[in-house]
Design a protein around this ligand. Sequence first.
Ligand SMILES: C[S@@+](CC[C@H](N)C(=O)[O-])C[C@H]1O[C@@H](n2cnc3c(N)ncnc32)[C@H](O)[C@@H]1O
Length: 404
Amino acid sequence: MPHFLIRTNSNSMILTPESFDEFSYKNTIYKIENCWHSSKKTLWEIYISGMIKSRTIFIEQKSTKSGHLFKIYKASKPEIDDGIKKFLQFFSCQIQGILNDADIIQNNLSSSGRFPPLIDSEYEMSGPIAQFVDWKKSFGNDKDLIVEIGFGRGDFLFKLRRFYPECNLIGMETQPKSVYLTKRKLMKANESGIKLINISALSALTYLFEQGSISKIFINFPVPWPKKRQSNKRLVSGEFVKIASNRLKKGGIINLATDSEDYFRMSKSLFAESGFIESSIDEIYKTEKIGTKYENKWLNEGRAIYICSMKKHAAVPQALSKKDSTEKDSKSAAPAEFAAAKEITLPDVTLKLKDRYTDASGNRQLYVIDAIGHNLSEQLFFDGKMLNVSTFVMLPSINAFFNT
Ligand SMILES: C[S@@+](CC[C@H](N)C(=O)[O-])C[C@H]1O[C@@H](n2cnc3c(N)ncnc32)[C@H](O)[C@@H]1O
């Protein structure tokens, strides 16, 4: 039977049906209606009202040596479905929210033992088909959208609200408990203009946001997963950066704060490959500390904090496929002198051919050139004429590059 085991130092588990919010999943509402106590057990009555039929199930709670066990009461012969498991997950999050020291130490609600995201039903995904949320309708206005990924305890969302009172804020977080606790804090603060989504950022960006709809993305202290075999768990990946770039407006910004120098470098180079350039650090990072749990943790350990703000400078056309710049391709119409000039150093700047993209026919080329000088570190895009090059990059250097 579905269950979870919760450990808490609180002597009493003073919980009443009034302590809990109702939960909705796939057009069904789960509400704790009643609870009964015997000398050994507590029984919770859950009323489930859905589109098709309404019913009641019971959850049995008893003390064991290791903690408080909550499980579906078998004697009532309940029909178990995904919604019930999601509800139990939500119930456990609420208990952890009410009792500060409570931890889930065991559950059979997911095969991995870790709770998958609850998925806010309002923003539920349906299959692989994109169903973008109409954020204007959802917020009731068309203010700029700012997104924070992995908000943890939610402290930075409150800070974003102070710094950007004129923007709509959305938090994305995979941990159901963090979402639940932050939602409670928002409700206590009467803050209704911040929306939380309990799914992974890559899915949220892919399915819920239209192209060019986000102004800023903030990522504070993502887990760096430093080992090579863990690299697929990193939030910032090539795929993530591409989709984030597509969902950001032109000139939109991704902000990253991390304690890992390697992660910082790796992320910056992925951003640069997708057409981002370094911009001045966002104001929110300049005036005071970031103020999150993980910033405090790393500062207390004496670690350095690395911060960057990367601006979407030029979108790499999605239809173009990337080719190794060293690859010899007879179909490509790359000018011979260009292919030869991989790197040149001029008095003011070093130019380096970084990447070459070509379209399916091989007729259209896009070159990415790193320009590194005393005062600049830029990426240039060249497809025969200059594209999106900022004004202070001098064309004579580019001409010299192609004439070398
Ligand atoms: C190290 S914590 C940092 C939390 C918070 N930003 C801070 O500075 O204290 C990383 C957070 O990112 C969340 N997270 C990890 N992968 C995620 C993803 N793919 N999408 C959204 N959140 C994610 C984790 O659940 C966790 O809360």
